[in-house]
Design a protein around this ligand. Structure first.
Ligand code: ADP
Length: 329
């Protein structure tokens, strides 16, 4: 291998920069030239790139966002777009393409193999932690911390006024953020894909719980953490439905994009550094069409197609434990 390309695609996640740095430096250590395409797959199609060297990745290990910029790219979903991207890579004699992104970006990379004969590797970078085949994705730990810090503040004001809050966290179609944030904030109730059946049952469940906890602890604050894209109409609708259904006054709060930003916590910097370098190790071993996953303390290759096809659910036992902690006899 003489020359590789790197890009960040889809939802940005804290730690992507640390992955860019480690991939670049580890490649340079092995005498491999590195090109960084900008704005996700758009850069591949439009041939927008920079040469990545030591100065360009200096002092970025702890910086949020991505120096290569990220984006979505509809054109890459077309044959013409993919052909153009493959042509640009071939014109520069690029032996391998590394994509740091989420499952959508990986789905695109799997399809791209029809047009591109070089090696391909995915590095999982998403705050959602929704990629199968890896315990953690880059950015998840930081997003959990960001949400927890914000909710700790909400809890203070909720306590002061003895109020009920419903806080909506990100996660796309998965409940990893909701569960982990809920556990860390000692949420009275967590709504996630694994325990949600329908709005009516959810309202009933919350109303019973609010009543029960009030009886046990007296009037107090009550925190509900909900995954996004779950309750129809989101946190605002849930709050107004609770008022209609059980005369429960509840304040909705959508944390939103702060969860995607900020400096990566040490855990994400370490994970990104490990995965980035491991991607180069896999390329040197001649491997392709894989994602770098982490299991325990070791990185391992997973077939890219598998990581895209399978859904990863949250740990049901942890969800049950959290529920038990709110239900004392
Ligand atoms: P993420 O990688 O964070 O899951 P998206 O789902 O938005 O983000 O995907 C990022 C980009 O990956 C898309 O804008 C598109 O360029 C590419 N992509 C996603 N799915 C496909 C697909 N089925 N075929 C080709 N490209 C895809």
């Amino acid at each position: 291998i003489k020359k590789i390309a790197l890009l960040t695609s889809g939802g940005d996640a804290p730690g992507m920069n640390a992955a860019i740095r480690s991939t670049t430096l580890y490649a340079l250590h092995h005498g491999i030239e590195v090109i960084g395409f900008r704005h996700g797959y758009n850069g591949l199609i439009n041939n927008e790139f920079i040469r990545l060297d030591e100065p360009s990745v200096r002092e970025i290990v702890g910086r949020g966002g991505t120096i290569l910029k990220s984006a979505r790219c509809e054109e890459f979903k077309t044959c013409e777009g993919m052909k153009q991207a493959a042509k640009n890579l071939s014109a520069q004699n690029i032996d391998a393409l590394i994509v740091i992104g989420g499952d959508g970006s990986f789905a695109g990379l799997v399809k791209f193999k029809q047009f591109y004969s070089g090696q391909t590797i995915g590095i999982p970078g998403t705050i959602d932690n929704d990629i199968d085949g890896t315990d953690h994705t880059i950015g998840f730990a930081t997003a959990v911390d960001t949400a927890v810090n914000a909710i700790d503040k909400i809890r203070d004001t909720a306590d002061a006024f003895e109020r009920i809050f419903v806080v909506e966290v990100m996660g796309r179609k998965s409940g990893f953020l909701a569960l982990n944030v809920g556990v860390a904030c000692a949420a009275e109730h967590i709504i996630t894909f694994e325990n949600f059946s329908n709005p009516g049952i959810e309202l009933q469940h919350i109303a019973t719980k609010v009543e029960r906890i009030k009886k046990h602890r007296g009037k107090c604050s009550h925190l509900i953490v909900s995954a996004e894209n779950l309750y129809p109409g989101g946190a605002n609708k849930l709050a107004s439905d609770l008022a209609d259904y059980a005369a429960i006054e509840c304040i909705p709060c959508i944390l939103g994009y702060i969860q995607r930003g900020g400096d990566p916590v040490a855990k994400d910097r370490i994970l990104a550094t490990h995965m980035g370098a491991h991607a180069i190790q896999e390329l040197l071993a001649g491997n392709s069409d894989i994602m770098i996953g982490i299991e325990g303390q070791f990185c391992k290759p997973i077939a890219l197609s598998e990581s895209v096809e399978h859904h990863k659910g949250v740990n049901q036992n942890l969800l049950d434990i959290q529920e038990s902690l709110q239900d004392l006899r």
